[in-house]
Design a protein around this ligand. Structure first.
Ligand code: HEM
Length: 465
């Protein structure tokens, strides 16, 4: 081992208490698979169905309020939440110099996080009466326990890890604290929705999904990016002095939005408006220092370079959403009522499709071990590697653009544009899911041939050749 705090991973021949079995590393694939199932079978499917139902084009018009809330939660808790939880539980121990979290911890956590998302995809939109009440309470209870589990694992990892004064660690601590807050919010969600036919109060639910995007999701986006993305583009990673002002503005904004959930009427609107303004200002600044909004990914291998396009697109989307949030937040805080729905709806989807979805697809290709083999291959990237970027770019422009034109175009036109954007995003995610399956299949075949080579080499050595 190079030095004392290196983690001893299992060579193929020895086993003892001080060695961490290597298999632990693959459980992140379970989180990726669950996140993709939530996206393709729930969030993005409802992104097509729900707007079409809203215009009476397909069945379900009477369930649209439930479909909107289910869509929103499956996207932030399922697609984004499961992916971020899986990558945080995998990457934070590495960043902090701690052994990987064991499978007998990560697998029960995955079940706790995935089951309520499955209930949101199936029962939450359609259940009524006692079933709606029981479903909401179960979703609230299980989700809260899962979120508390993520917070506990990350607190343990960061508290015992390296004490680097680097932005990734402060964003990771902020994100971890927000997973704790999310546990309380999800329990409250279950309780309030259970007393209202499975539907949480609309404005309250809308605001809560913003807290999830900023807190537990957003902070890990800035944590992971701040440690890697500037390097991809040949720049230094930011110092904590560079990150402290936008980081504090961003989290103070999220805290004000969360605080507004405890109030009603004008006070709630002013608090949430001020929060959106502050978080929006942080979101304009953070991509510039912790991510990348310009330049060429000169430090990446040729085959990995196209994935950098997703990262650039995601960070530029964050700046655009930040500007929209500063505008909508200022109007809401000044008016003392929820103003600028169009700008808030557009900002949410520029964040959801742009920052979150594009970054997941880009960073997965750049840092997930399952794509390691592909990153070393020569040759030009295949269509299936390039197509999702253009499909997502089209989806973010169509969904964000039609939302901003809410007052200029008819409701049906807005909903049909949304459904078209949903279809483009669904295809992008399906192509990405196929490339993950392809990489997993190639990875195990590759691992098998490497093991055979090692065995043959050991036999040759044993025969003294
Ligand atoms: C192209 C893909 C998408 C389409 C077409 C779409 C469509 C929609 C529509 C039509 C609404 C209802 C807006 C209204 O109230 O008028 C909505 C709400 C919402 N969407 Fe999406 N969406 C997409 C992707 C996403 C993503 C990726 C996320 C998050 C990661 C997301 C999160 C939300 C949330 C949180 C709400 C609000 C739910 C609530 O009010 O409770 N969406 N979406």
């Amino acid at each position: 081992m190079a030095n004392a705090d290196d983690i001893a991973l299992e060579p193929p021949l020895s086993r003892n208490a001080g060695v961490t079995p290597a298999v632990e590393d693959r459980s992140y694939l379970g989180f990726i698979a669950a996140a993709l199932a939530a996206a393709l079978g729930g969030g993005f499917l409802m992104a097509v169905w729900m707007p079409l139902a809203a215009t009476g084009t397909v069945t379900g018009q009477d369930r649209v309020p439930w479909l909107i809330q289910a869509h929103g939660w499956v996207q932030v808790q399922g697609w984004a939440g499961l992916f971020v939880a899986g990558m945080a539980v995998r990457l934070m121990p590495r960043f902090a110099g701690r052994p990987p979290v064991r499978r007998n911890v990560t697998m029960p956590l995955l079940v706790l996080l995935a089951v309520p998302v499955a209930l949101r995809m199936t029962l939450q939109p359609w259940a009524d009466g006692t079933l709606a009440e029981a479903t909401a309470l179960t979703i609230g209870g299980l989700s809260a326990t899962g979120a508390a589990g993520v917070a506990a694992i990350l607190t343990w990892t960061l508290a015992r890890g390296r004490k680097a004064r680097e932005p990734w660690r402060y964003f990771a601590w902020a994100g971890t604290a927000w997973w704790g807050v999310l546990a309380a919010m999800l329990a409250a969600w279950g309780w309030r929705a259970a007393r209202n036919e499975g539907l949480a109060p609309v404005a309250w639910d809308d605001v809560m999904t913003w807290v999830v995007l900023f807190g537990p999701i957003g902070n890990f986006i800035w944590s992971v990016q701040s440690r890697s993305v500037p390097i991809f583009f040949g720049r230094k990673t930011p110092t904590w002095r560079q990150a402290v002002v936008p980081g504090v503005a961003y989290n103070a904004g999220a805290a004000l939005v969360a605080l507004s959930l405890a109030f009603e009427g004008e006070t709630a609107a002013r608090l949430s408006g001020s929060g959106l303004l502050l978080a929006g200002a942080g979101m304009v600044w953070l991509p510039v220092i912790a991510g990348s909004v310009w330049g060429r990914a000169k430090r990446l291998r040729p085959r990995a370079k196209p994935a950098a396009r997703f990262v650039l697109g995601a960070n530029i989307a964050a700046v655009v959403a930040g500007v929209l949030l500063v505008w909508a937040g200022a109007q809401t805080a000044l008016d003392g009522e929820y103003a600028e729905f169009a700008a808030r709806d557009a900002a949410r989807h520029v964040v959801g499709i742009g920052l979150v979805t594009m970054l997941i697809l880009g960073m997965a290709r750049l840092v997930a071990p399952v794509f390691a083999l592909e990153r070393t291959e020569s040759g030009v990237p295949k269509l299936y590697e390039r197509a999702p970027f253009w499909l997502l770019l089209g989806a973010v422009a169509l969904r964000g653009g039609s939302a901003l034109l809410a007052e200029q175009i008819s409701y049906d036109a807005r909903m049909h544009s949304a459904a078209a954007a949903g279809g483009m995003a669904w295809v992008a995610l399906a192509v990405f899911a196929l490339s993950v399956a392809r990489a997993v299949r190639k990875e195990s075949a590759n691992k098998q041939s490497l093991e055979e080579q090692a065995r043959a080499a050991a036999e040759r050595r044993a025969r003294g050749q």
